[in-house]
Design a protein. Structure first.
Ligand SMILES: [Zn+2]
Length: 77
């Protein structure tokens, strides 16, 4: 029976640490990507009634203002 088993003392802890870091990397990468996709895919609207500028998910028709519910078309620059 060997006094120092290389596999159990070095390879297994390093393998577990690398697997843990890869798991955390994949988790945070997916989380950040979904967050930026949600914020990037928004369109700016300007309310003609209360003069408020707001963002919302792009839609085919007018989007109601969150303040006064007046439907407003998408801003074009
Ligand atoms: Zn408004």
């Amino acid at each position: 029976m060997p006094a120092f088993d290389f596999t159990s003392f070095v390879v297994l802890p390093v393998g577990v640490a690398v697997a843990l870091l890869l798991g955390l990397w994949v988790y945070y990468d997916r989380r950040d990507r979904s967050f930026y996709d949600r914020t990037r895919c928004r369109t700016t609207y300007h309310c003609l009634k209360c003069n408020r500028v707001y963002t919302a998910q792009p839609q085919a028709g007018p989007v109601p203002c969150p303040n006064c519910r007046h439907p407003n078309p998408q801003l074009h620059f």
